[in-house]
Design a protein around this ligand. Structure first.
Ligand SMILES: [Ca+2]
Ligand SMILES: [Ca+2]
Length: 269
């Protein structure tokens, strides 16, 4: 899989230097998502280890907040952010300097290490993982005959010595419309892990369609970062989603009994 490498953020890195990222002004650490459209939106904030939603965080932004910007392969790159404003169909838009476009990034305020664990990107064509997705779909009563994996990401989420694996999988019966799904169509991010001595597969996010629906939305997902969003030393999954006339980014904790949404933002109709 090609690795996204951007010149502009790297130039920004050179310009700003990474030796020491200044702490955000006293107050909660904001978290911002940068989407492929180039828009960045406020996901929320972290205060004393607790999550603040975007509505709570928004009035606390002064402008000039320091961020560490990264994706799965690049960064952290130092950046500075503006206050959040509403623009047209996009709410809570933050301007970052330097700006980031073309791929999905996450911008993390605060001063904690943003990537506490190494992440390995593996061959997405491995039959064991394709079968794992098909088995998971079957267990949901979804009659999928095929799937295509775009990401196989291995890391030890909570640091217990056993790796977990995130799988991004999708299949839609080919069609010309962005609307309309056929039974078996799906776009999901799943996690494989060992729990109580057994391998299990759980859904992080996404939709799998048990029935044909002419109005069903075709969504697309991509894990854009595995980074410590809330500062507890454990990485979360930051997942970008794209659908008809909209997109979003959500962060999920992965170390609980089930993946848990903690914050997100989006732009669309
Ligand atoms: Ca683990
Ligand atoms: Ca964390």
């Amino acid at each position: 899989m090609p690795r996204p490498v951007l010149l502009r953020p790297l130039l920004g890195l050179l310009a700003l230097g990474l030796a020491s990222v200044p702490a955000a002004a006293d107050g909660p650490a904001p978290i911002v998502a940068v989407s492929p459209s180039g828009k960045a939106c406020l996901m929320g904030g972290i205060r004393d280890g607790r999550v603040l939603d975007a509505a709570t965080m928004k009035p606390l932004l002064q402008g000039g907040e320091a961020y560490r910007v990264l994706d799965l392969y690049n960064g952290p790159v130092a950046a500075t952010g503006s206050r959040a404003v509403d623009e047209d169909i996009c709410t809570d838009v933050v301007a970052l300097s330097p700006d980031f476009d073309q791929v999905a990034w996450v911008a993390i305020g605060g001063t904690w290490p943003p990537v506490p664990r190494p992440v390995m990107s593996q061959d997405p064509d491995q039959p064991v993982y394709v079968q794992a997705v098909l088995d998971w779909l079957k267990a949901q009563g979804i009659p999928a005959a095929r799937t295509t994996l775009s990401q196989v990401l291995r890391l030890d989420i909570e640091g217990d010595g056993t790796d977990e694996v995130l799988l991004t999988a999708e299949y839609y019966v080919p069609g010309e419309s962005v609307l309309g799904v056929t039974a078996g169509d799906h776009a999901v991010v799943l996690m494989r892990r060992i729990a109580k001595g057994k391998i299990e597969t759980v859904r992080v996010t996404g939709t799998a369609h048990a029935a044909t629906d002419p109005d069903g939305l075709r969504e697309h997902y991509r894990v854009s970062a595995l980074a410590d969003v809330d500062g507890d030393g454990v990485p979360e999954a930051v997942i970008h989603s794209l659908y008809h006339e909209g997109e979003g980014t959500d962060a999920y904790r992965l170390n609980g009994s089930a993946p848990e949404f903690i914050m997100g933002c989006g732009c669309g109709l």
